[in-house]
Design a protein around this ligand. Structure first.
Ligand SMILES: [Zn+2]
Length: 627
């Protein structure tokens, strides 16, 4: 794809959780806990027009959905601040200093005074109905990320509170967990200077790496998220939110370009066919279906439901059209219905024989005078709701004539996206009156400037020199999310070679997947600590590291030492090693005479399965074989 020709314009935002002692506006533990919730709190939220000013369409959309929100409350991670029953405490100074450090590293302009603002959010993820955010830095001409596709300007950096995590959504009930709410995070946004999918990935990588250089960011699944804004020529700005896997950034952008391109093509086809407008034609056609042998229809009619039909003129064939990957236009429509909390539909671009509805649809087409160029569709269910679905479908179909509606979409784990809501307007911030502005003193700024973390390249060179890491390994560890743990482990386990620590952090996750078919995301940071602790004490050999970690994943409650014992990975005592070698010498007398001691050493090590130190084995062999 020639991205220049399609006119790709893309900006990126990364959200990185900070690793602080407390949350941003209270003294709770900023962690996702493994403990059970101790209480559930039920709430109804509503938008207050006075505070919102002009309510934007996104807010209104959420507002009109009559929802019940249920919040999980935890012992150590939640207090009255998360419940919005107590005013927020002053801004966490540790979080503020980390944010200022990153702003300095990115060469941003830092304001003299930091103001906490409220950003309207009424999807229930914030109990207060808004998210607190503060601007910490604004991009200057020199605030650039250099990539292989050219420089990208940084726009700004915000310090924000994390929202609560959604657990479940069933109908009008949404369940959230409050442990996540209030964890400090930095949001860094770029200008839309990105013109290639790979460039988007490069920028996301570079920004993530700069954050990690502070050694003060959380690691693990969900601790960093990327949002991208994508548009193409004649397309529209689409905001894609919540991508967790950095490797999918480029694919996500590629897919969105394809989606917009194909939606524009559909628009052209419809216009070429002479379609000018889509009229709302919604009729009850239950009569046609009353003797249907279709299971779906029978079930609906048994429950006194109705069959509602509508038509999309000139859409024949288009519902099957692939928009990107395996997603068809029909799937876009289905996602749109789902976001509005309603079920799907059956249409004439589908294989109707699988529903046993061919005859009924023939009669239906006659009744509403649809031609072969049109799509006829039915919605089966409760009468009012089905009519609502029909309206939503027509609304989405009308957008096909415009081309691409501006909207927010959610990133999925496979690099595809689904419709979330209309794009929010921009004027939705107002000052947080419960928190005093924070003055950024010159003393504080100088302290931060004097203690700036090493930039990535410098750090890599130091690793090569100081710890004798091979160049490739040094680069890999700098790019990895395990960097700060690597540095912690280096300090803690000074008897272990740096390359063994780096290799453990870099290779064990993929080996865990390959050899043991386990999810590497289940490796907790403490697993590495425990297993390297055993290595430092000479209790296991480095060959046993992966197996112990696999064991820890399977049974988290057992210690690494216990697992090493169970798996027979503990180092053997000297007497036992001597005994085994004595026996091996007896069995391999001829071999030793022919090939010598050195070759025998290999046999001995293989038989000991790494459970003895090479030096010790060598010494025992030398003592036993005097020649
Ligand atoms: Zn709290």
């Amino acid at each position: 794809m020639d991205y220049k020709q399609v006119g790709l314009i893309c900006g990126i935002e990364i959200h990185q959780r900070l690793d602080t002692k407390y949350k941003l506006f209270c003294n709770c533990r900023p962690q996702i806990t493994e403990e059970e919730a101790i209480q559930k709190i039920i709430r109804k939220l509503r938008a207050v027009p006075g505070e919102l000013g002009d309510v934007d369409p996104a807010a209104l959309y959420e507002y009109f959905r009559d929802k019940t929100f249920i919040y999980d409350y935890f012992a150590k991670e939640t207090c009255l601040v998360e419940l919005d029953e107590e005013p927020p405490h002053p801004v966490n100074s540790e979080a503020l200093e980390i944010a200022l450090t990153i702003a300095e590293m990115l060469k941003l302009y830092i304001p003299d005074e930091v103001h906490v603002m409220r950003k309207t959010v009424i999807d229930g993820s914030n109990t207060s109905g808004f998210q607190r955010t503060m601007n910490i830095g604004i991009g200057k001409e020199t605030s650039l990320i250099n990539t292989n596709h050219g420089p990208v300007r940084i726009k700004d950096l915000e310090l924000e509170e994390e929202s609560s995590g959604i657990i479940e959504k069933t109908g009008n009930r949404m369940m959230f967990r409050l442990d996540r709410l209030g964890i400090p995070l930095v949001e860094i946004g770029t200008y839309p200077d990105i013109h290639h999918p790979d460039q988007a990935r490069e920028v996301a990588e570079a920004l993530g790496m700069i954050c990690r250089m502070t050694g003060k960011v959380q690691r693990g699944l969900g601790t960093i998220r990327q949002d991208v804004n994508v548009s193409i020529k004649d397309g529209a700005r689409i905001e894609i939110k919540g991508l967790q896997d950095l490797r999918l950034v480029a694919k996500l952008v590629e897919n969105e370009v394809l989606r917009q391109k194909n939606l524009l093509e559909i628009k052209k086809i419809l216009l070429d066919k002479g379609l000018k407008e889509i009229k709302e034609k919604i009729i009850d056609v239950t009569d046609i279906f009353k003797n249907s042998s279709s299971k779906i229809i029978k079930n609906v009619l048994k429950k006194k439901g109705r069959i509602i039909a509508t038509e999309l003129p000139k859409f024949h064939g288009l519902m099957k059209k692939i928009i990107y990957e395996k997603k068809t236009l029909a799937k876009e429509f289905v996602d749109y219905c789902k976001a509005h909390g309603v079920q799907g539909f059956i249409h004439t671009d589908e294989d109707l024989s699988k529903y046993k509805l061919e005859t009924e649809f023939e009669n239906l087409k006659k009744k509403i005078k649809a031609t072969d160029e049109d799509i006829v569709l039915i919605i089966a269910g409760e009468e009012n709701q089905s009519k609502e679905v029909a309206k939503i479908l027509i609304e989405r179909a009308k957008q096909c004539l415009i081309g691409i509606p501006e909207e927010t979409r959610f990133a999925q784990d496979d690099g595809t996206t689904i419709y979330a809501r209309p794009l929010p307007g921009s004027a939705r911030m107002y000052p947080e009156t419960d928190i005093q502005p924070v003055t950024i003193s010159n003393e504080l700024l100088s302290k931060i400037k004097e203690n700036l973390p090493e930039m990535p390249e410098k750090k890599a060179n130091r690793f090569i020199k100081e710890y004798k890491l091979p160049k490739e390994m040094a680069t890999q560890i700098i790019h990895s999310h395990s960097l700060s743990q690597f540095e912690e482990l280096l300090k803690k386990y000074d008897k272990i070679k740096a390359s063994i620590i780096a290799n453990t952090l870099l290779s064990v996750p993929s080996e865990i997947k390959k050899k043991y078919n386990l999810d590497p995301d289940l490796i907790q940071p403490r697993f590495f600590e425990e297993v390297l602790g055993l290595l430092q004490q000479n209790k296991i050999a480095k060959e046993g590291i992966t197996e112990v970690i696999a064991g820890l994943i399977k049974t988290t409650k057992v210690s690494a030492l216990k697992i090493a014992e169970q798996k027979d990975l503990l180092m053997l005592p000297k007497e036992k090693v001597t005994e085994i070698i004595k026996q091996l010498i007896k069995e391999n007398k001829d071999f030793i005479e022919k090939k010598g001691k050195k070759a025998f050493m290999g046999i001995a090590m293989k038989n000991l399965k790494g459970k003895a130190d090479g030096k010790l084995v060598n010494q025992i062999i030398n003592d036993l074989i005097k020649e």
